[in-house]
Design a protein around this ligand. Structure first.
Ligand code: TMP
Length: 217
């Protein structure tokens, strides 16, 4: 049985999938339907998290060790959960976060090569194993994603990694999704944004009905 009062949704994917735009659209649509919604993102979502984000993404921080990176993403997450996500979900709000723990498993685990059991141990400290009720993975060809991001001049430290790195991120995401089919829905991010918006709404409204049924059980 689901113990939280609200609904916790995460959007995941490689760079340039358009998930941030889709998260905004979903949040607006839910508000139009009369739902109380919080739209947030990682790393960030709090003042402290935004500071940590700067440290993580500045291109000149080239010397950052993989372990520093892993711990900083988790530190931002601890703050995000405590300050933003949990209070809202416990009050019955729908929280949509642009990235959560699956980003760490895909980027620091599958792409950087940090041992997945170590990542899980740190995650248990950071989140207590909390996972979203629903995760939408926006899947896209890596070259296309990076090309789209360069088009809007968005270059951060992680985006400067090789194509091979980003291919490992994508493959990692697909593995995580395959291992948790109940939680994940995969959306083809190469489709036009309007079509993706319709798909996302279909997924979220169906999931919300199922979650409500579970709460009543
Ligand atoms: P974005 O929010 O603009 O996508 O930027 C966040 C960057 O940080 C993106 O390259 C993915 C990366 N990232 C990780 O490597 N691990 C994480 O745990 C999270 C949340 C993001």
């Amino acid at each position: 049985m689901k113990l939280r009062k609200g609904v916790f949704i995460s959007f995941e994917g490689i760079e340039g999938t358009g998930k941030t735009t889709q998260a905004k659209l979903l949040s607006e649509r839910l508000s139009d339907e009369g739902c109380v919604t919080v739209l947030t993102h990682e790393p960030g979502g709090t003042v402290i998290g935004s500071r940590i984000r700067e440290l993580l993404l500045l291109p000149e921080h080239r010397e950052m060790s993989y372990m520093t990176e892993l711990l900083l993403y988790n530190a931002a997450r601890v703050q995000h959960l405590a300050e933003r996500i949990l209070p809202a979900v416990n009050e019955g709000t729908i929280v949509i976060t642009d990235r959560f723990t699956d980003s760490t498993i895909a980027y620091q685990g599958y792409a950087r090569g940090i041992d997945l059991s170590l990542i899980n141990s740190i995650d248990r400290i950071a989140t207590g194993g909390i996972r979203p009720d629903l995760t939408i993975l926006f899947d896209l060809d890596v070259e296309e994603g990076l090309r789209r991001n360069r088009g809007v001049n968005k270059i951060d430290r992680l985006e400067l990694e090789s194509i091979e790195f980003h291919k490992r991120v994508r493959a990692g995401y697909l593995k995580i999704a395959e291992s948790e089919p109940e939680r994940f829905r995969i959306v083809d991010a190469s489709r036009p944004p309007e079509e993706i918006g319709v798909k996302v709404w279909e997924i979220v409204s169906t999931a919300m009905q199922n979650l409500k049924l579970k709460i009543q059980n």
